[in-house]
Design a protein around this ligand. Structure first.
Ligand code: FMN
Length: 294
């Protein structure tokens, strides 16, 4: 139900007053590195130019984009003139290397505005190793690495170049994947990027044990009952049984997707076969389901 701005303001003014006064900040170009604090992942992207020359530079406008097993993707924002963006447009391949906090100075050395054709890694203590699925090299000192190919390139007018990347391989230091997250976070020792001042002084935080906290995602009072699921089509008994096997947190979403899937196939009812076929197409398997079970 839509409510007017005035009604919304009345509702808000009924709440306890908050002590901190707010002010609106002018949005300037590169506003994210201006005042707004945006804790970010620090990566070094390695790529090859048309002649096969290696390039490396830090990039932190990077985000997971698609989490499914069959189509894992990341989204990354670049200055369109950067060598990295131009290389990726030309070759369609690159590697996202995440350095540990021990290598922040080397990472900053790769950020310098080196001339075209310079392999920045040669001006650092980093070691190049072959990648598994793409041609640009990976960086040995990085505990987590994603080898990527281009899915989509978006040239924003007078602004960033956006790459949506397929993740072809995820490569990690041996042993990390088997650790509990509480052990893996300090073991990887990834820095958190806290942006720059005047595009010159870059701030970072290090994750050590004292700085890491853990918070449980609790169930709502009374336990999670799964909520009401609105069925718009007929479902056969086996399909309903299958739906009950889906973890509660996903059940509503999956029910909607299954009805759409069955409709696309021209069916008038959802069957267990639709469920099997859709799971196969979406890369949903028992391992993924187990991740949502409590
Ligand atoms: C920590 C850090 C993060 C950066 N993140 C980005 C980014 O996400 N996008 C971008 O266009 N430039 C980013 N830069 C700037 C580029 O790394 C820099 O312009 C570099 O010289 C580009 O090199 P290239 O032309 O070889 O690609 C970042 C720099 C640093 C130090």
């Amino acid at each position: 139900m839509a409510i007017s701005k005035e009604a919304a303001e009345n509702e808000i003014s009924g709440q306890n007053a908050v002590a901190v006064e707010k002010e609106e900040i002018k949005i300037k170009p590169f506003w994210y590195s201006d005042i707004w604090l945006f804790p970010k992942l620090i990566t070094i992207i390695t790529s090859l130019d048309k002649e096969g020359r290696i390039n490396a530079a830090p990039y932190s406008h990077i985000m997971q984009y698609d989490v499914m097993q069959k189509t894992p993707r990341m989204i990354i924002g670049f200055r369109q003139e950067s060598h990295t963006f131009q290389n990726i447009c030309a070759t369609g391949e690159f590697v996202v290397n995440c350095p540990s906090a021990d290598y922040l100075d080397d990472m900053m050395d790769t950020a310098r505005f080196w001339p075209e054709g310079v392999n920045e890694l040669e001006h650092t203590s980093f070691t190049m190793i072959p990648s598994r699925k793409v041609k640009p090299p990976s960086i040995a000192e990085c505990p987590q690495i994603a080898e990527c190919t281009v899915d989509q390139i978006i040239h924003l007018e007078k602004s960033s170049g956006i790459i949506i990347a397929n993740i072809e391989a995820i490569v990690m230091d041996k042993g990390l994947a088997d650790m509990d997250r509480a052990e893996r976070i300090p073991a990887m020792n990834l820095p958190i990027g806290l942006g720059d001042q005047s595009r010159r002084y870059y701030y970072h935080a290090k994750l050590n044990d004292e700085n890491i906290t853990m918070h449980e995602l609790a169930e709502p009072p009374g336990g999670q009952k799964g909520g009401k699921i609105q069925m718009n089509m007929d479902w056969d008994d086996k399909a309903i049984e299958g739906l009950m096997e889906i973890p509660v947190a996903l059940r509503k979403m999956v029910a909607g997707q299954l009805e759409e899937y069955a409709q696309d196939k021209g069916a008038s009812a959802v069957t267990a076969q639709h469920m099997t076929d859709m799971a196969e197409e979406y890369g949903i398997d028992a391992e993924l389901m187990a991740r949502f079970k409590t």
